[in-house]
Ligand binder design. Structure first.
Ligand code: ATP
Ligand code: MG
Length: 665
């Protein structure tokens, strides 16, 4: 092991007597502790790779970790080593213990649009907004490991009681579909281990050492899973940073950091204070911003790096001009510094901001990749195909059944599906199973029956092949059989159809590569896709500017970072200001700043469209909080603004920032 490590890092790596928590700020080498510790466990301690599991937050982080480990271990990831997300580990546990969970191994994994659909189906309410809210409530219960029965008991008003009832129905529906949602991927294993000591011990013996990255963002259920897996030995190392906790909105609970100390009195806590990532200016700005939050744990980062390039703050008239400015700056900077495109990252608060940036990058012929967006696997044409894959894997997946049978249409209309659904509901079986029951003939007319039977027969034939042939070949034949390309061109403009078809081709290619690389069969591939669409998408390894939401950028680092849309109401987000949750937004800003190694560019817009209105914006309070050592690049002359007062306020703030940025201020 030749890599550089400082003393506390080495201590964390060599400590094996019990649970260990590394609590430290951004870029201090926490993730490095994990990768090095894996190598140490295998090389020096003789622990078999298959007994080690490292858990990360996103698939991208998991891939990066695999690369880092391979690098340390002479070029290959040791066979049997588990490096994955909590959710992927959950899939693996449920698949192997399916019988104990009341599922078949080919269970479907539903994403949030599926689950909202189910909620809206069981509630009989077509209002998507309400369904989303209810789904959110159900998800919170599941993350807190509260059962429908407990939810009903806890309910102290009518709305909560209704939601609890809905929760029960929702769970019933999921099981009927032989499907799980993302929350189940954690809560089912927890329940299983809680109730079944034999199974628990088997897994404890299999995963003898656990390493958890980004620990601050685990939720209650994930924490329980960690506890159950690590058992009384408490053989785990968790690393985290409370200042980077940015998933409270999804049930993550920083309390888990404190809980660890309570639940494991022997917990060894190690702090790292040297930052190896960023220039001193960037680090100083990050420290100064986060100092405005109330502290959970005291820590201050320092760096041996040089002072580095100026941090530049630029105001732009609107998001289009902002995107244009960023694209031009990247081109110029790249030309001057002979860098690669992939040295640049553009980070933003919300996914929707990507579109404008994408347009500008395309205009200026700058290659890019988006991570953290759900874009690709969420495209309707890709969802169409995934519904076929899901159905091939698990014919009880009614949502997949409905989507597949209606796209492309085979003369099977809403009335047919409704009749079939009534019958299936009455018999408590899936739609697919209902097709072949004799009783179906009493509910469907002969023509309807013929339509659904033809479809089900087709699926049956494909299923037979699914276990014998590569997934990509299967999908290829399926596309021909359903005449998907022709259907696209009949139903969309030529241009749209071309784009969609090219996405389909990308998907088939991806499936082929993935299947060949990992030797995965259709079931494993389909379950993998569900996980990818949840958090991030696989990026091909090519030279492109990296686009990511701040949330998805966690744990990553880039030489040059552009943080865009840094305005009041946007970052911090208006809803967080209203709900008094600015601290979480500040942590988001902290995450953004600390991704940068050498240069940091911040932009904000003076005007932004909000529906039909144009809103006048002010620079984010976080810019003022960054301290004096920044350069203000004022582009005031770049266009008129409608609201004078807002503009005056923005100008005032600028003046204040400028005054502070003068030496000696
Ligand atoms: P984050 O909180 O953002 O996830 P982190 O604490 O996980 O950050 P790492 O990503 O592990 O930090 O490390 C940041 C950078 O510093 C990496 O490029 C890593 O290779 C480097 N690094 C870590 N430790 C050392 C060290 N002891 N000597 C030199 N470089 C180091
Ligand atoms: Mg890290």
């Amino acid at each position: 092991m030749s890599a550089l490590l400082n003393a506390p890092q080495r201590e964390a790596i060599h400590y094996l007597d019990g649970p260990c928590l590394v609590l430290a700020g951004a870029g201090s080498g926490k993730t490095r502790v994990i990768t090095q510790k894996i190598a140490h466990l295998i090389n020096e301690c003789g622990i078999s790779a298959k007994n080690i599991a490292a858990i990360t937050f996103t698939n991208k982080a998991a891939r990066e970790m695999q690369e880092r480990v391979a690098h340390l271990m002479g070029g290959r990831v040791p066979g049997g080593l588990t490096v994955c997300t909590f959710h992927a580990l959950g899939v693996r546990i449920i698949r192997q213990e399916a019988v104990h969970c009341g599922l078949k191994p080919q269970f479907s994994i539903l994403d949030s649009s599926d689950t909202v659909q189910i909620v809206s189906d069981v509630s009989g309410d077509n209002d998507k907004g309400i369904a989303k809210q209810m789904q959110w409530q159900i998800s919170s219960w599941k993350n807190a490991m509260i059962t429908p029965e407990e939810a009903a008991q806890l309910a102290d008003n009518e709305i909560a009681s209704t939601a609890a009832l809905l929760y029960k129905e929702y769970e019933r529906t999921l099981r009927a579909y032989q499907a799980v949602d993302f929350d189940d991927l954690i809560s089912l294993p927890v329940r299983l281990f809680d109730e079944n000591p034999e199974v628990r011990e088997r897994w404890q013996n299999r995963l003898r050492y656990l390493l958890v990255d980004e620990y601050q963002d685990t939720n209650r259920a994930q924490y329980r899973l960690l506890r159950l897996l690590s058992g009384v030995r408490g053989a785990f190392t968790a690393v985290g940073d409370d200042d980077q906790a940015i998933y409270a909105w999804r049930g993550a609970d920083v309390e888990n950091l404190r809980l660890l100390q309570v639940d494991y009195p022997k917990l060894k806590v190690i702090k790292l204070e040297q930052n190896y990532r960023s220039s001193r200016r960037i680090l100083e700005a990050a420290n100064t911003v986060i100092a405005n939050n109330e502290k959970l744990f005291e820590k201050r980062l320092w760096s041996e790096h040089g002072i580095g390039e100026q941090i530049v703050v630029t105001n732009c008239p609107d998001p289009d001009r902002e995107a244009e400015t960023v694209a031009m700056k990247i081109t110029a900077h790249k030309f001057e510094n002979r860098t690669r495109f992939k040295d640049y990252a553009i980070l933003y608060r919300g996914n929707h901001q990507a579109r404008i940036i994408e347009q500008q990058l395309r205009n200026q012929h700058i290659p890019y990749v988006i991570s953290g967006g759900q874009s690709f696997f969420d495209k309707p044409e890709i969802r169409d195909l995934i519904s076929y894959l899901r159905l091939l894997m698990n014919e009880d997946d009614d949502l997949a059944f409905i989507r597949a049978i209606t796209v492309p249409r085979r003369g099977v209309g809403a009335a047919t599906i409704e009749a079939l659904g009534n019958y299936a509901g009455h018999r408590h079986i899936s739609l697919f199973a209902a097709v072949f029951e004799e009783g179906a003939a009493q509910h469907l007319n002969p023509k309807q029956l013929e339509g659904v039977q033809q479809f089900a027969g087709f699926i049956n034939r494909m299923q037979y092949r699914a276990t014998r042939e590569p997934a990509a070949q299967l999908l290829e034949d399926l596309l021909t059989a359903i005449r998907y390309e022709a259907w696209l061109f009949e139903h969309c403009t030529t241009r749209e159809a071309e784009t969609k078809w090219s996405n389909v081709r990308d998907f088939v290619d991806w499936l082929g590569r993935k299947g060949a690389e990992d030797g995965k069969n259709l079931i494993e591939l389909t379950q993998t896709i569900a996980l990818i669409s949840m958090l991030d998408k696989e990026d091909p390894d090519f030279d492109g500017v990296q686009l990511a939401t701040l949330h998805a950028s966690k744990g990553l680092e880039f030489p040059h970072v552009f943080l865009i849309g840094v305005e009041e109401g946007f970052l911090p987000h208006q809803s967080s200001i209203d709900e008094d949750k600015v601290e979480e937004e500040r942590r988001l800003m902290y995450v953004g700043i600390t991704r940068a190694q050498r240069s940091l560019n911040i932009t904000w817009c003076e005007r932004r469209k909000a529906g039909k209105e144009v809103r006048v914006c002010e620079p984010s309070r976080f810019i003022a909080e960054m301290g004096g050592d920044i350069r203000i690049n004022d582009r005031k002359k770049s266009g008129p603004v409608s609201n004078e007062e807002g503009r005056a306020r923005a100008a005032n703030l600028m003046a204040m920032l400028e005054a502070r940025s003068k030496p000696g201020a």
